[in-house]
Design a protein around this ligand. Structure first.
Ligand code: HEC
Length: 220
């Protein structure tokens, strides 16, 4: 055996022993993490929200707990937050069509913000003008239909919001990606794409609005 090989084997043996020494200590407590290398990496000194911490004095648990924040009282809502009452079900969809209304005013600022969000979250599938010709949309097994298609142009604001929130067909839900307010801004912008000369979509309660045939088919 040459010298180099001997050296490598010796080094490997030394590393092995060190590794075994670190990992093989007999733990009294099976849940104990053992020796922690850089414990700050696992145990953040900052307090996490919605957590209760035990307080320690002179190295001993005092029995007191420190609650970082309180869970909200049941049935209460945060100031300025508008709960959305429509579920991700065919019934919820039908109810949202007529019952969900945009709390935001249609003004240039809100539409412009909707446009910006559309550029980040929708344009790659639905295309710049909402014709369903975005580079990703065209690659889908079924490209998204144009917002101006005969059966889409009169979708109610509630329907648009419901689709953006929970998704539809190949389109995923956007609830985790954009806040409720942002989704209503997106609704304003989709309506702007449908009616660039001024939004004259029938009011949500209008009898002219017919259920989308696809959702009818889903309903069993
Ligand atoms: C991954 C691609 C993709 C993304 C991203 C996407 N959509 Fe869609 N979207 C689709 C597809 C595909 C459909 C058709 C779904 C169906 O009818 O099965 C659709 C349907 C819709 C509809 C219903 C009207 C129609 O054309 O059928 C609306 C409204 C809509 N999307 C708005 C949005 C908005 C607003 C965003 C951005 C927040 C967005 N979508 C993001 C792919 C996408």
């Amino acid at each position: 055996m040459n010298k180099k090989a001997t050296k490598i084997i010796t080094l490997m043996a030394v590393f092995g022993c060190v590794a075994i020494a670190f990992t093989s200590c007999d733990k009294k407590d099976a849940n104990s993490p053992g020796v922690e290398y850089m414990p700050d990496m696992y145990r953040s000194p900052s307090l996490e929200s919605n957590m209760a911490y035990v307080t320690i004095k002179n190295g001993k648990e005092t029995g007191d707990t420190l609650q970082v924040n309180r869970m909200p009282v049941a049935g209460t809502i945060a100031r300025g937050f508008l709960p959305y009452a429509f579920a991700d079900t065919p019934e919820g969809y039908e109810a949202a069509k007529v019952g969900a209304h945009n709390p935001l005013e249609r003004n240039d600022k809100n539409v412009a913000e909707g446009k910006e969000l559309y550029g980040k979250f929708c344009i790659h599938c639905h295309g710049e003008s909402g014709q369903g010709d975005g580079p990703v949309g065209l690659k889908l097994p079924g490209a998204p239909p144009a917002y101006t298609a005969a059966d889409k142009i009169n979708m109610t604001e509630g329907e648009l919001f419901q689709i953006i929130t929970y998704g539809k067909g190949l389109m995923g839900p956007h609830k985790p990606l954009v806040s409720q307010e942002e989704r209503w801004k997106l609704v304003l912008y989709v309506q702007h794409l449908q009616h660039p000369n001024g939004v004259t979509a029938p009011a949500a309660d209008s009898a002219a609005v017919k259920p989308a045939p696809k959702m009818e088919a889903k309903k069993k």
